[in-house]
Ligand binder design. Structure first.
Ligand SMILES: [Zn+2]
Ligand SMILES: [Zn+2]
Length: 354
């Protein structure tokens, strides 16, 4: 194996360079993975523009990935060279208060592959062997690179504890589409998805939404959700946009006794106005969820392997590693694009039909 590999490195905010870098050296507890595909995520844009992880530059981003094991460390068990895999990107110290509580996402040393340490916009990446998940036979490399976002939605769905027969309103048609699927799988009814893009709203229906609210036609989604729920508001509301305005709408459309799941990521210093009165007398619950971790990954694999989540309809195209920066920009300007994957193994774009 060569000592160097091709990688896309964010050297400083706004400067992304594809160049040769050393292949990662692994220790006894790690494996080296030959990367097949990496899905582009909004977090990658935030890293590229310096809004996130600026103190970690230079950095190879990329965290939604699949690949093949190329090398295993001396103490690695349960995986072997040639296995088709993805990996849980969440790493923590393992010994602090939070880690001992099983809440590794809160660990003071919490860090994520491709966000805080080098990731997968490269030919190879290293990962701890015990975070690797082997892809079942029926799960393609593309679907394998989509396990991470599915795991995040599962984590949020578990936190909210959506119950059978309950109404669920979802703001947003990015991962909101997947939230619709998860709500449907949990037996919620009606599942209501709110967004601007007619194509994505149509996809939300395919994924399990019973009703969609097109904001180009309906200006007051809070009033509309209340109208659809006998004036009460939804039992569960999932904010999957990440702006203060949509968070305030989300809380306003949560019925008394209902639950708001905070999923969309705002800027670190964004604030919203909340009337404590609505929480106290309204007994509303707000639950957060940071990422998919641990069993969320095996759950995501099971749902995809058995066809309960069919993510392929959300896949737009694969671009060569050299076109990563162009694709990051296109995702900002072309609202029709859904998931875009990057590969270091191709030299021209492959369209995937959505
Ligand atoms: Zn992501
Ligand atoms: Zn810890």
């Amino acid at each position: 194996m060569a000592d160097t590999m091709k990688a896309a490195v964010v050297e400083k905010p706004g400067k992304l360079v594809v160049k040769q870098v050393p292949v990662p050296a692994i220790d006894d507890n790690e494996v080296l993975i030959k990367v097949k595909y990496t899905g582009i995520c909004g977090t990658d844009w935030s890293i590229f523009t310096g809004k996130y992880s600026a103190d970690k530059l230079p950095l190879i981003p990329g965290h939604e990935f699949s690949g093949t094991i190329a090398k295993v460390g001396g103490r690695a068990r349960g995986v072997k060279v040639g296995d088709r895999v993805t990996a849980d990107i969440n790493m923590a110290c393992g010994v602090c208060f939070y880690c001992r509580q099983g809440q590794k996402l809160m660990c003071p040393e919490f860090h994520q592959l491709g966000i805080h340490v080098n990731g997968t916009y490269a030919e190879y990446v290293k990962a701890p062997f015990d975070q690797v998940h082997v892809l079942p036979d029926g799960v393609s490399f593309l679907a394998g690179a989509y396990i991470e976002p599915v795991s995040c939605v599962i984590h949020s769905s578990k936190a909210a504890r959506v119950t059978t027969g309950s109404s669920v309103a979802i703001l947003g048609t990015g991962l909101g589409v997947l939230h619709a699927r998860l709500a449907h799988l949990r037996g919620a009814a009606p599942v209501i998805v709110i967004g601007h893009n007619p194509r994505k709203l149509a996809l939300a229906k395919e994924f399990g939404a019973d009703i969609t609210i097109n904001l180009n036609e309906i200006k007051d989604p809070v009033a509309e959700v209340k109208r659809l729920t006998e004036g009460r508001g939804a039992d569960f509301v999932i904010e999957a946009v990440g702006t203060p305005a949509t968070y305030e709408q989300a809380l306003a459309m949560t019925r008394p006794g209902g639950t708001l799941a905070a999923f969309g990521i705002t800027a670190g210093d964004d604030t919203i106005t909340v009337k404590p009165f609505d929480l106290v007398l309204g007994e509303r619950t707000i639950v957060g969820s940071c990422a998919g971790v641990g069993t969320d990954w095996t759950d995501a694999l099971a749902l995809i392997a058995h066809g309960h989540v069919k993510p392929e309809r959300l896949f737009s195209m694969i671009v060569p590693l050299e076109e990563l920066e162009a694709a990051l920009n296109e995702l900002r300007t072309n609202p029709a694009l859904m998931k875009v994957f990057v590969s270091s193994e191709i030299s021209k774009r492959e369209m995937l039909g959505t």
